[in-house]
Design a protein around this ligand. Structure first.
Ligand code: BES
Ligand code: MN
Ligand code: ZN
Length: 498
């Protein structure tokens, strides 16, 4: 079992008991503050004998030398101190945390030779620790961490020693809000679909009211009135009714136009009548990763009281196959008035987003809309699982998003849009069809979305490869990553607050 560590900051001081975590830069170089914990001779002996090179996020755990009250010394590699970015600090924090086991009392000496570590860096290191401590184990009835003893892992009290604890504490308050948002998104994605359907998801969204977020939940009746035939067509094959959740955070003064985030929330995607193959279908419980990221983001922004007006809108449906299920060939009318020939019921995410995006634009006239969706398998063919696809009708917004990706490690890669792709969804039976040809599937899906955003600056992030099932990292060991929360928090922080 694991529990979140509790983290605080203090000025550099002697570490006399418990576990000490020391940073080691490339070539085994250490700061004087680290040397003073066990003495310079002993520390350099530990480093030499273990051949610890200080590679970024490398770790070494060793029993503390005799003659001290310490229990353990953990070395955490930081590579070249001059080259560290925010993502690197998360990795170092995550890697360091992974070594503490069931220790109760941990001190981190956050110092590197020849490098000033900022309060922001300290907060990022701590954020890495928090995110690494996350596990989805609520359905494990035997709370056993594998060593036969029922001790809690990562339940430590961690004191991070820094030069300016006040500043670090302040930066960490924001980081903690972001951590909560990421963890909320991971929890939602990890939750199985029998537990988390559209109604249950909407209930989780309503909990954001505690943070002074305005939440409105539209029912199927409301959506019918609005003419959301595209979204409702997807939902009609499930006994579980659809919901559309609208979250509003007013953190800026006056009537500033809001910025908007829209998410695909398919709580389970069976494919519908165009049913998916059995292998891996379980993963489609995570087909609401975009909606989860939007919810986590709004949670983060509200809990750190971001000075921005934001709207989050998520379309939540289950794509199932009862006797009422949508058929291939059905033609639905979207809220925009545009008609859609549904040639493949498994291309359902775009049908949900068509109405969610149009509604968002009509109702809020936002500065821009960014949607997140586990939209296509094709984006994984194109980019693998290390970058999400970025599609946009606005070069400035695309650039800001790309940069936020590089800074946070939630990386993006821009993909093209264009008339030649747009034509591929024309059909003689309706205004458009929901699939194109064999090639360029991720682009075709993006073209479809673009038909519902008017002239508003817009970006679509295809997170099919990054929201779930992505490889374990130093700061994420769970199936769900929470991808998008840190990225978009960073975008807001860098460009839209103040
Ligand atoms: N939810 C899937 C996309 C997906 C696949 C996400 C794998 C995560 C992992 C989406 O609804 C879908 O089924 N897309 C189809 C579109 C096709 C029918 C045009 C796809 O990608 O195969
Ligand atoms: Mn599908
Ligand atoms: Zn889907």
């Amino acid at each position: 079992m694991s529990k979140r560590p509790s983290i605080s900051f203090a000025k550099f001081a002697a570490v006399e008991s418990g576990t000490a975590i020391l940073l080691v830069a490339a070539e085994g170089k250490v700061a004087a503050e680290a040397e003073s914990v066990v003495g310079p001779a002993l520390l350099s002996r530990i480093i030499d004998v273990s051949e610890f090179k200080g590679k970024l996020a490398a770790t070494l755990s060793t029993i503390a030398p005799a003659g001290t009250e310490l229990e353990r010394v953990i070395l955490a590699g930081a590579g070249d101190p001059a080259k560290l970015n925010g993502d690197d600090w998360l990795k170092i924090g995550g890697a360091a945390l992974s070594k503490i086991g069931t220790a109760k009392n941990v001190a981190v000496v956050l110092a590197l030779p020849g490098a000033g570590i900022t309060a922001e860096n300290a907060a990022e290191f701590a954020l890495g620790m928090l995110l690494r401590s996350y596990t989805f184990d609520k359905y494990k009835t035997k709370k056993d961490n594998g060593d036969g003893e029922k001790q809690e892992k990562f339940a430590a009290k961690i004191t991070i020693h820094v030069a300016d604890p006040q500043a670090a504490k302040k930066a960490f308050a924001n980081a903690e809000a972001v951590a909560e948002g990421v963890i909320l998104a991971r929890d939602l994605v990890n939750e199985p679909a029998n537990i988390l359907g559209p109604v249950e998801f909407a209930e989780r969204v309503e909990e954001l009211k505690k943070l002074d977020v305005r939440v409105e939940i539209l029912t199927e009746k409301d959506m019918k009135k609005l003419g959301m035939g595209s979204l409702l067509g997807v939902a009609q094959g499930s006994v579980r009714p659809a919901r559309l959740a609208v979250m509003e955070w007013h953190g800026a003064k006056g009537k500033d136009k809001p910025i908007a985030f829209v998410g695909k929330g398919v709580t389970f995607d069976s494919g519908g009548i165009s049913i998916k193959p059995a292998a891996g279908m379980d993963e489609m419980k995570g087909d609401m990763g975009g909606a989860a990221a939007v919810t986590g983001l709004i949670h983060a922004l509200a809990s750190r009281k971001a000075k921005v007006n934001v709207v989050g809108i998520i379309g939540i449906v289950e794509n199932m196959i009862n006797g009422d299920a949508q058929r291939p060939g059905d033609i639905v009318t979207s809220m925009s008035g545009q008609t859609i020939e549904v040639l493949n019921t498994d291309a359902e995410g775009r049908l949900v987003l068509a109405d969610a995006l149009y509604y968002c634009n009509e109702r809020f006239n936002p500065k821009f809309m960014i949607n997140l969706a586990t939209l296509t398998g094709a984006i994984m063919v194109a980019l693998g699982v290390y970058r999400a696809g970025l599609f946009s009708n606005d070069d400035v917004l695309a650039g800001q998003l790309f940069d936020a990706g590089q800074a946070t490690g939630e990386k993006l890669w821009r993909m093209p849009l264009g008339d030649e792709y747009d034509k591929l969804i024309d059909t003689k039976n309706a205004d458009m069809k929901n699939i194109g040809g064999r090639h360029g599937g991720a682009i075709i899906a993006a073209q479809f979305l673009q038909r519902f955003v008017g002239g508003t600056p817009w970006a679509h992030l295809d997170v099919a490869g990054t929201a779930m099932g992505s490889p374990a990292t130093e700061y994420n060991q769970s199936w769900a990553s929470g991808f998008g929360v840190r990225l978009l928090d960073r975008l807001v922080r860098d460009h839209f607050e103040g």
